[in-house]
Write a protein that binds this ligand. Structure first.
Ligand SMILES: [Zn+2]
Length: 377
């Protein structure tokens, strides 16, 4: 039988080390394999000098065993964590969870019954978290891939690891996921803008802030904080006058003024403009040297100042590729964002800036064009 041959090879290695005990272990591991004879053995691997990892497969389902090679006893991965390193191990898991998932998901995992399954690859420990109390719209696996390099000091056995490795990248935006851009106009608005940035960060979300030029100098630290949170900034004119009511030269002069202030604060150029009220004509459109970004979802947060209304409007109307208009000027909008982002996440959406939305949906931005949403190409 091919299966026991592989194991015997491992067994020989062990035998040389620990004579009778090892021979015995082979027997107990063999027993386990024999009792699973109706399944296909697809993994049979000795990790360090600690345990044998067996994976059986039948009808597309896999069964894993961690087996102590000395006793043949079935183990849980936690049995192989050094007693004095258990809290370090747990901290590492929490740290990587926070990199990968929104805060509310991490909290739900921590508050769950704690059921986990472990599986192993050549370089990684994969943990799947079960019975987490979250209502995802679609089936969603909550898991973590931890490179052995991250945890080798916590294990009771030595393990060979490759020096070069990639861990979980944390949260990565995905071209195949439904995507929405959040935009905030009329700032910077000090503490409200900064609180929105915290909420975005907690939810692995980004946004684009369209700011008014004459507010920028006094809001310089907020502007820098926006960039620190990997969010984007665009022009929302110099003093929020409708461009349609200005002479073209005034429009251009105001845009230039706004860009100069922005550049003096950040060292960067602005590449987006959202005209106040979205008001633009063909002449202005052709003259602007930034990409023009309007919106297609407007919950009128400035009018109703009602967070529940804003959240419901967005959940009812917004879909993949849409651009949502909000204002970081109202406490009710801050609260709306706090409620909205977990709901969108559970619905399977990722929330990003305008530039990220264009990129993820495969759109190249062009001048002399008014963008209201980004449909997939
Ligand atoms: Zn505005």
């Amino acid at each position: 039988m091919v299966v026991s041959l592989i194991l015997l090879l491992n067994g020989h290695k062990l035998f040389a080390k620990e004579n009778n005990k090892a021979a015995k272990s082979t027997e107990s591991v063999n027993n386990l394999i024999n009792s699973n004879q109706d399944k296909e053995l697809i993994t049979n691997k000795l990790y360090g000098d600690g345990f044998v990892y067996l994976v059986f497969q039948k009808d597309g389902f896999q069964t894993n065993y961690l087996v102590d090679y000395k006793t043949g006893e079935e183990k849980n991965l936690e049995d192989f964590i050094r007693e004095d390193k258990k809290s370090d191990f747990q901290n590492k898991i929490n740290e990587l969870l926070e990199l990968k998932y929104p805060k509310f998901v991490v909290e739900a995992i921590k508050n769950s019954s704690g059921n986990r399954t472990y599986s192993l690859t050549d370089n990684e420990l994969v943990i799947e978290f079960l019975n987490v109390d979250l209502e995802f719209a679609e089936e969603t696996k909550l898991d973590l891939k931890i490179n052995f390099n991250e945890i080798k000091d916590y294990l009771t056995f030595a393990i060979e690891t490759s020096l070069e490795y990639e861990n979980e990248n944390g949260y990565v935006y995905d071209k195949n996921k439904k995507t929405i851009a959040l935009t905030f106009d009329d700032g910077p608005n000090g503490s409200r803008t900064n609180e929105i940035l915290n909420i975005l960060e907690d939810n692995k979300a980004h946004a684009t802030f369209f700011m008014v030029g004459n507010r920028m100098a006094s809001g310089a630290s907020t502007i820098l904080n926006v960039l620190n949170h990997n969010c984007e900034i665009g022009s929302h004119s110099y003093n929020h006058t409708s461009m349609k009511r200005q002479k073209l030269e005034e429009v251009i002069a105001d845009e230039t003024k706004t860009e100069e202030i922005y550049k003096s604060i950040t060292g960067h150029d602005l590449i987006y403009t959202r005209p106040p009220y979205g008001a633009v004509n063909n002449e202005i459109k052709a003259a602007l040297t930034n990409y023009i970004i309007n919106w297609n979802i407007d919950p009128e947060d400035w009018l109703y100042r009602d967070s529940e209304r804003v959240v419901n409007h967005i959940l009812e109307h917004a879909g993949d590729g849409d651009i949502i208009l909000l204002h970081d000027s109202y406490d009710s909008t801050v609260e709306a964002v706090r409620e909205l982002l977990p709901k969108l996440y559970l619905q399977g959406y990722q929330v990003v800036s305008v530039g990220e939305l264009a990129n993820l949906t495969g759109n190249n931005l062009e001048l002399n064009t008014i963008y209201r949403s980004f449909k997939r190409n």
